[in-house]
Each structure stands twice: as C-alpha cells, then as structure tokens.
Design a protein around this ligand. Structure first.
Ligand code: PLP
Ligand code: COI
Length: 354
C-alpha cells in the first residue's frame, strides 16, 4: 500500500530510557490523517504528515456537539518484529462507535494496512523494554463548521502514536478502587457502549473525587438501580469467585473491551472457568468478606491486567487477597503478555505482524 508521506522537517528522537516512560505523554514525529466529505463520495486516501495542529475552526462540530470516537491499541516490539494485537477488532469497534454517533464507517482492512505502513515509518518509536509498547490512538472527529444541531458531513480521522509504559504508577501491583454511588457513567439507551469522548468527560468528576481520596479509579454501577457492577474508568472488571472468573455481562452500557474478550478466551485455553453475568455490588462486598471472592482485576489495552487490592464502598474499604496479586490474574497476565510479546504461541491468531 502506497501512502503519501510528508516528512517532519524537525524530527525528534524517541525517549532514550524506556524505563521512565509514562502513559500517553510523548508523541512520535508523524500522524496519519484522512478526510471524509459526504459530498465528495466519502474518505480520501490516508496521508502521513508531521505530528501537529489539526487546524480545526472554532465552529467545528466536534467542539460543540461531541461527534468524536476513538480507539486504543498497542504495537509491541518482539524478537520476530513489531506485533499488533487484534487491530481489526479495534477498527470494527470504531465503526460500531461511529454508527452510534451518526459518523461514517471506515474500511477495516484498509485501516489496518495503512496503520502498518505508518508503523513502518515510525518503527523507532516502538520502545524496546518489555512491559512498554507503542500506544496507538485512532480518533475521528466532525470538523464541518456549523452551529445548528445536526450530524456533520465532514470528518477527520487521525492516528497518533505514543511510546508508553505502565498506565498505573503501581505497575502490575494491586490498585485501590472506589465504588461510585452518586454519579453514573452511562445509561441504558445512551452511548456507554461507544468509545466516544463524552463518556469519558462524564466520568471525570468521579475520577477527580476518587483521586482526591487516594483511589486509582472509579468502579461504576448501573444507572437504574445503582446496584450492578459495570466497569472501571478505563477498563473492564472481573472477579474470581470460587475459582471462577466472573465479569459483568455486556448490557448495552459497558464498553465491549477487547482485553476482556481476550481474557475470556484465555480462560478457556487455560481451563479456568469463566462466566459473564450480572453481579451486584452487595454480592461483591459480601463475597470479599466471606472470602469466596479471592481476586479482582481490571482488563484494558492501556491497563493490561490490573489487579485490584481493595474496593471501597460507602466509605468502607474491603481488602481482597490481603492486597496481593492473585494467582489467576497472574496466570492470565502472563498468557496475555506472552502472546503480545511473542513469547507464547499465538494459538488464537490475534497477532498481526507490521
Ligand atoms: N472500558 C473503558 C471505559 C475503557 O476506556 C477501556 C479501554 O479501552 C476498556 C473498558 C477496555 O477496553 P479494551 O480492552 O478494548 O482496551
Ligand atoms: C485504552 O485502554 O485504550 C483506554 O481507552 C483507556 C484510556 C482512558 C487511556
């Protein structure tokens, strides 16, 4: 695939010390960008340009009415080359999010091909240290200029790249989370399933309050009864109950996490029982206390597998597994990152080489 490239005339070098990488605060020299115009028949071919300003006008629709969808995926450096983890899934989800937000879809095969070409150009930005990776952020925004409330006919899709380390300062160590029982993230019939900017904006108030109290993230409950567990701020959640991995079922308000889906498949492979079902916060707390719930962990692209050491509900902290990493979470984590870094056989065909 040929993609027009405009070289960055002021290139920077990737950070030298991978062990100091945080999450999402360094960007590579270029961005991939595509324009959509309904009146011109759809998407123009992708171009690669220097990372920089998008040139949005103040009246751009995304700034007012929030037609924004995005994705998060990763590229890993392994002995056999650069590896992408399930990239088609991400572009398929981008299309599902776009559909919900009245935005255009992309050709998944084309996007994966274009991304691979882009990564070949930016290959030195994929960090080398195990545990680090190049975080890939595709984002589509409405850039048509108008103020009447209606869907736009012009969009920009760009992909930016960020060499990244652990999402949580704790790394693969237990974090503390707080059950949110005042605010809600997503309502039935709303946009919870879509990876759209507004969902994250709606989550920030709770995140700020959680952080002030010393928690890493919020655990969201359903919006109708404030009773059933949904997901965490930037990841899906699972519990280990009587040696079975239990994760809330996808009910229309929870993001269809690709890590979550992968974990369920890994459990099958490892012979770990797993199920998707409604689970109430009362059940979670009761089972922590009677010790039938022995582990909890988050699952997400940025967060990978994030063990949860305690859950606080109504100002009461409930400690899980003596605040230690659980064996099942560790087994799943090892399998997942083993496949991502090419150290374990990819029996699922999840990996696409760049
Ligand atoms: N839930 C939310 C709200 C997220 O932001 C993410 C991260 O992408 C996830 C779940 C996990 O999804 P995935 O595993 O596809 O990254
Ligand atoms: C991801 O893991 O890609 C996410 O969407 C989380 C994000 C908030 C950093």
């Amino acid at each position: 695939m040929e993609i027009k490239l405009t070289e960055n005339q002021n290139p920077r070098h990737p950070p030298e010390d991978d062990s100091k990488l945080g999450f999402g605060n360094v960007f590579s020299n270029h961005m991939l960008i595509m324009e959509y115009d309904k009146d011109k028949g759809g998407w123009d071919p992708a171009e690669i340009k220097p990372y920089g300003q998008l040139g949005l006008e103040p009246a751009a629709a995304c700034l007012h009415y929030g037609q924004i969808v995005w994705e998060g995926m990763k590229c890993y450096r392994a002995k056999d080359g650069l590896r992408l983890f399930r990239p088609k899934e991400n572009f398929q989800r981008l299309n599902r999010s776009a559909e919900r937000m009245c935005m255009p879809s992309v050709d998944v095969e084309y996007m994966v091909g274009a991304l691979k070409e882009f990564l070949k150009i930016e290959k030195e930005w994929v960090p080398k240290l195990k545990g680090t990776s190049l975080y890939i952020r595709p984002c589509m925004v409405a850039h048509e200029t108008f103020l009447g409330l209606h869907k736009a006919d012009k969009y920009l899709l760009f992909i930016i790249l960020s060499p990244s380390g652990p999402y949580f300062k704790e790394g693969f160590n237990p974090i503390k989370i707080m059950v949110e029982d005042k605010y809600v993230r997503a309502a039935m019939g709303g946009t919870g399933e879509a990876k759209t900017a507004g969902n994250y904006a709606a989550s920030l108030k709770s995140a700020v309050e959680a952080k002030k109290k010393g928690f890493s993230q919020t655990l969201w409950l359903d919006s109708i009864e404030m009773k059933y567990v949904e997901e965490v701020g930037a990841m899906n959640i699972a519990f280990v109950i009587d040696n079975e991995v239990v994760t809330p079922e996808l009910d229309g308000t929870i993001l269809h996490g690709i890590t979550r889906k992968s974990v369920l498949e890994i459990c099958k492979k490892l012979g770990i029982k797993a199920s998707e079902r409604r689970i109430s916060i009362e059940e979670v707390i009761e089972r922590i206390e009677n010790k039938s719930l022995t582990e909890a962990f988050g699952m997400g692209t940025a967060a990978i597998i994030a063990p949860v050491g305690s859950i606080s509900y109504r100002d009461q902290e409930h400690i899980i597994n003596e605040f230690k990493v659980g064996l099942i979470a560790k087994q799943i984590y090892d399998e997942l990152i083993g496949i991502q870094y090419g150290e374990k056989e990819d029996i699922f065909n999840w990996i696409e080489m760049v």
